[in-house]
Design a protein around this ligand. Structure first.
Ligand SMILES: Nc1ncnc2c1ncn2[C@@H]1O[C@H](COP(=O)(O)OP(=O)(O)O)[C@@H](O)[C@H]1O
Ligand SMILES: [Mg+2]
Length: 431
């Protein structure tokens, strides 16, 4: 009987994932949930999936609709892949309502709130960043002594929903904290514009001398398979300048972080599915969780992994399901490709319509370009240590050595600094 993968709220990385399913002979059901409505491309999904379910909001009802379709088509569902943090509870519930589909986690709700997960890990003796949650402005004064004890500067961020760095802020004093909470709590998330911020996590600020990594696992039957990792690259102002994907040789240095994350996944009861995890390694080699996203990785890491590791990470899951591999603990294979992404900031040209990459000495791919709709970033952008910013473009670079990758980065950085990268060629004002 032909097998089906159910994708819950897939986006961004989905083109390659669907291709991997087709190559492995799997059919595709996409579930468009109501958690978020602005970033999902329902038309594209309808065109490229075997079947699309527009979720009723009730996993039991959706499971019935899916089961009916599966039985008419004589198909069996093999796995649920979650694509959106907020949808993880739903994906788990859907798995539980469908026969023979692996459940995602012992307690999916743990993953839906960063503070809840951290508190749980702390109770399991796993080191986490000290933090407090605020769900109502009145709690600020109650908890003020705790914030003072943590010591400013602190960091404040929504405790629910991955926010792609939106609404994350360095807080320098009590007044700034009050200001942040009163302007953020109850407002819409700046990234997922139809999600409300109902709780704020206030944490110790991890110093900029730390390095930050993203590490992807695929859990199958509570066994955690490493499927990808890399490093976030920051400048001295903690502005995100890009990412580097780690090759198999580079991951040795991350062994303690990998062990830490396996403990995190075990302690939090992750059983089946992808997790996209972020950790700090401090100057004192302390390892601390930034967050655990219970979903497939997004862009650009998904595309870059495919280049560096030779296959899309979905293909690892399909190989495990097909019994081609017994899910060895590391699925990062040797390849002679290096890859990274460069995050670029337009501080020169209002509403650019062209990205001038002529002469770039690396194979490249433009992952995103926010042009005509966007003015230049504000003047204080480079001196403000907050990472939130308007990334104006992301370019993936592919090279056969670390050196030529670095050359490609330097080329783009120079052009960005000179103001010759983002250009406006059209005379029409488009805004
Ligand atoms: N406690 C902290 N100290 C320093 N930087 C932090 C801290 N928490 C988060 N950050 C920075 O903010 C970024 C976004 O935070 P994260 O929790 O990953 O939120 P998001 O859901 O938006 O990805 C992180 O990648 C990290 O660089
Ligand atoms: Mg994050």
């Amino acid at each position: 009987m032909q097998k089906v993968i159910i994708f819950v709220h897939p986006w961004m990385w989905v083109v390659d994932a669907f291709e991997a399913c087709c190559l492995h002979g799997y059919r595709i059901i996409s579930v468009v949930t109501q958690f978020e409505t602005q970033r999902i491309d329902a038309d594209w999904l309808s065109e490229h999936s075997d079947h699309v379910i527009f979720s009723s909001g009730d996993a039991a009802d959706d499971a019935k609709a899916i089961s009916r379709w599966l039985s008419v088509e004589n198909l069996a569902c093999a796995f649920v892949v979650n694509g959106l943090d907020a949808a993880f509870g739903f994906a788990d519930s859907l798995s539980r309502h469908l026969n023979n589909v692996p459940v995602q986690a012992n307690n999916a709700a743990l993953f839906l709130n960063k503070h809840r997960l951290n508190s749980h890990l702390h109770s399991c003796q796993i080191p986490v960043i000290t933090g407090e949650e605020i769900t109502h402005i009145s709690q600020l004064s109650e908890k003020q002594s705790l914030f003072n004890a943590m010591g400013y500067p602190l960091i404040a961020k929504p405790s629910e929903d991955t926010a792609a760095m939106a609404d994350v802020k360095v807080i320098k004093n009590e007044e700034a904290l009050l200001n942040y909470v009163s302007h953020t709590l109850g407002k819409n998330n700046r990234y997922y514009a139809d999600r409300k911020i109902n709780s704020i996590l206030i944490q110790k600020l991890i110093p900029h001398t730390s390095r930050e990594y993203f590490i992807d696992y695929l859990s199958v039957g509570a066994k955690h398979i490493l499927v990808g990792c890399g490093q976030y690259l920051y400048d001295k102002n903690r502005v995100l300048r890009g990412i580097d994907i780690y090759s198999v040789e580079q991951i040795d240095a991350l062994a303690p972080a990998l062990l830490y994350l396996q403990n995190v996944l075990d302690a939090s009861g992750m059983i089946n599915g992808f997790t996209h995890n972020e950790v700090f390694i401090t100057a004192d080699n302390e390892i601390l969780l930034v967050e655990c996203n219970p979903r497939h990785c997004g862009q650009p890491s998904s595309t870059l992994y495919k280049h560096v590791y030779g296959s899309h990470r979905m293909a690892v899951l399909l190989d495990v399901l097909d019994g081609y591999t017994d899910g060895e603990s590391c699925q990062i294979k040797f390849s002679d490709q290096f890859a990274g992404a460069v995050h670029l900031y337009n501080h020169m040209t209002d509403y650019p319509d062209t990205l001038n990459v002529d002469g770039l000495p690396c194979e490249h791919e433009i992952i995103s370009f926010r042009g005509a709709g966007q003015p230049t970033v504000p003047a204080d952008f480079y001196t403000d240590q907050d990472r939130i910013g308007q990334i104006s473009a992301i370019i993936a670079l592919y090279a056969d050595s670390v050196e030529s990758l670095a050359q490609g980065r330097a080329f783009l950085k120079d052009r960005e600094t000179e103001g010759t990268l983002f250009l406006r060629q059209s005379a029409d004002r488009l805004t």
